[in-house]
Write a protein that binds this ligand. Structure first.
Ligand SMILES: [Zn+2]
Length: 87
């Protein structure tokens, strides 16, 4: 496997652990302002890594996750490539 692919997958694993830990802390509602910024930054980094990974692999099997409720319908986001879709 490509070295960069391995590197990205390992980074994504670490970021995944960090964001899930952070989201638990955020749920406590301690009101630490920078915490949300860190969380957002991690999410951004995660999305760009997923995009790069997808480009390297040149395919995406899409792993849709509920993203939220939009105007008229719900939207879903692929946790792999970051693509969004309204349904
Ligand atoms: Zn995808």
């Amino acid at each position: 496997m490509d070295k960069r692919v391995e590197e990205i997958e390992s980074l994504l694993k670490d970021i995944g652990c960090a964001t899930s830990g952070l989201s638990e802390v955020l749920d406590l509602g301690l009101g630490i302002p920078d915490l949300r910024k860190v969380y957002k930054a991690l999410e951004k980094k995660q999305a760009s890594l997923y995009k790069e990974l997808n480009k390297l692999k040149k395919k995406c099997s899409h792993n849709w996750k509920y993203g939220g409720h939009g105007h008229n319908d719900d939207w879903y986001v692929c946790t792999i490539c970051g693509e969004t879709e309204d349904r």
